[in-house]
Design a protein around this ligand. Structure first.
Ligand SMILES: *[C@@H]1O[C@H](CO)[C@@H](O)[C@H](O)[C@H]1NC(C)=O
Ligand SMILES: *[C@@H]1O[C@H](CO)[C@@H](O)[C@H](O)[C@H]1NC(C)=O
Ligand SMILES: *[C@@H]1O[C@H](CO)[C@@H](O)[C@H](O)[C@H]1NC(C)=O
Ligand SMILES: *[C@@H]1O[C@H](CO)[C@@H](O)[C@H](O)[C@H]1NC(C)=O
Ligand SMILES: *[C@@H]1O[C@H](CO)[C@@H](O)[C@H](O)[C@H]1NC(C)=O
Ligand SMILES: *[C@@H]1O[C@H](CO)[C@@H](O)[C@H](O)[C@H]1NC(C)=O
Length: 383
């Protein structure tokens, strides 16, 4: 409106300028043409303004607002003056009802008359061990200099607050019967409540005129309306974990001497537990193989004695006790199965073990060795 006035003045100014230089007839003609156009433009802008007034944008700037009159009103949401809602507040429709508390007014108009410029305060409800109330100012909270808007607040009862601070995520709701959904207002950040700031809310949740607009469906069944609130008390985490990789392994090598190898008749044998990098491990052999290796190769595995399931990088060896050309295979990965951990079914063929020139079996003794290069670990903490 204001800019339109100025435009009009500017136009009239130039008309006068033209008048001075040219002739009255021309000016009258110009005004006759320009005036209806101005009126048309003015009417159009007023219509657009009225539409915008119906739907208000919190986080949205005016250029995102629907500004053509064809857009259905019920597609948009209320709020008249964008500056009045904080940039942190956003709104949307949702199906689920509020889960903390609801207030229904059988007649919003009657409540408005009775409360007038004051507030309606719900009875206390308990969330997170604290008592809360929902405050509704149907005609704006005058202490926040609000007029013509509905203001809503959540208040924590100070009986339960001494010096401690409570952080809570707050959402406010208005039910729309037409959509059968809840228009939801929420802030990006949880709010701090404490003795000197026991309440928080949205002073300009929705303009009274938008609220009352019948096509929004907030007032239904002859005057009924429903307001709601969600309070979720948030506490900082008290438990956490840190995932890291242990690279500098203390005592990385362990050698296991298996004597009287030819007499072994059990399926598998497990070494005594040993410590590498501050963790306990065992080695496990299947002298006659396991799975696809059965009867063909020796199977060799590294296991965690405490059943850790971390990522491990290690070298497994069968030692050549004569020429020291050991058979070495590197493993890397997560364990395949708790019973076998990290390793290989087909580590060395039985033929190679029996081949005396390979030096694996000397005096009927087999030596297997592990060198642990790194392993991941997860440390758990709690307060
Ligand atoms: C608790 O709140 C009431 C009103 O809500 C106020 O009058 C009173 O001073 C408050 N008490 C404390 C300890 O803050
Ligand atoms: C909440 O309010 C109830 C009833 O008004 C009261 O009995 C209770 O002690 C309050 N709880 C806290 C934590 O203040
Ligand atoms: C590791 O797992 C085995 C078999 O699942 C179980 O018998 C053993 O008690 C577990 N050891 C530890 C330290 O959890
Ligand atoms: C898991 O098993 C596969 C196939 O048996 C093998 O190739 C792989 O190296 C094993 N991974 C580890 C970490 O042992
Ligand atoms: C034993 O190992 C040597 C050296 O690797 C090889 O030349 C020979 O053929 C093997 N003997 C048998 C019977 O496999
Ligand atoms: C094999 O055993 C004999 C006696 O048991 C011993 O004298 C010899 O040193 C052993 N050889 C090796 C390579 O350990």
């Amino acid at each position: 409106m204001f800019t339109e006035e100025k435009e009009k003045k500017a136009k009239y100014g130039s008309v006068v300028f033209v008048y001075c230089f040219f002739c009255v007839v021309l000016v009258v003609g110009l005004v006759r043409i320009a005036k209806p156009y101005d009126n048309f433009k003015q009417n159009l802008m007023e219509a657009e303004a009225a539409v915008e007034e119906g739907f208000l944008g919190a986080t949205y700037s005016s250029r995102n607002l629907p500004c053509n009159a064809h857009k259905s009103r019920s597609d948009s949401v209320p709020a008249q003056n964008q500056e009045k809602l904080s940039a942190q507040t956003s709104y949307f429709y949702r199906q689920l009802p509020p889960n903390s508390y609801c207030v229904q007014f059988d007649s919003f108009a009657t409540m408005l008359k009775q409360v007038n410029t004051g507030k309606y305060e719900s009875r206390p409800f308990s969330i997170g061990g604290y008592n809360w109330s929902l405050l509704i100012y149907p005609n704006g909270n005058k202490q926040d200099n609000v007029n013509g808007y509905i203001s809503v607040y959540a208040r924590i009862h100070n009986s339960s607050l001494m010096t401690n601070e409570v952080n809570a995520e707050i959402k406010f709701f208005i039910y729309s019967k037409i959509k059968d959904q809840y228009l939801t207002f929420q802030d990006n950040e949880p709010q701090r409540f404490h003795m000197f700031k026991p309440q928080w809310g949205i002073p300009t949740m929705i303009s009274l005129s938008s609220f009352l607009t019948t096509t929004n469906g907030f007032v239904f069944d002859g005057g009924r309306s429903v307001f709601g609130v969600d309070v979720v008390v948030t506490e900082p985490f008290k438990k956490w974990e840190v995932f890291s990789n242990e690279e500098n392994i203390r005592d990385p090598i362990y050698c296991w001497k298996i004597t009287q190898f030819s007499t072994l008749d059990r399926n598998s044998y497990t070494s005594g537990s040993f410590s590498c990098g501050g963790r306990n491990w065992v080695l496990k052999v299947y002298p006659n193989g396991v799975g696809s290796a059965t009867g063909n190769s020796l199977s060799l595995f590294l296991l965690s004695a405490s059943n850790e399931t971390d990522y491990v990088r290690a070298k497994l060896r069968v030692l050549d006790q004569i020429r020291f050309t050991h058979l070495e295979k590197q493993l890397e990965g997560w364990p395949n199965a708790t019973e076998n951990g990290w390793g290989l079914d087909k580590f060395v063929t039985l033929a190679d073990i029996k081949n005396a020139t390979k030096g694996f079996l000397v005096n009927d003794t087999l030596k297997v060795e592990v060198e642990i290069l790194s392993f991941s670990k997860t440390d758990f903490f709690s307060l």
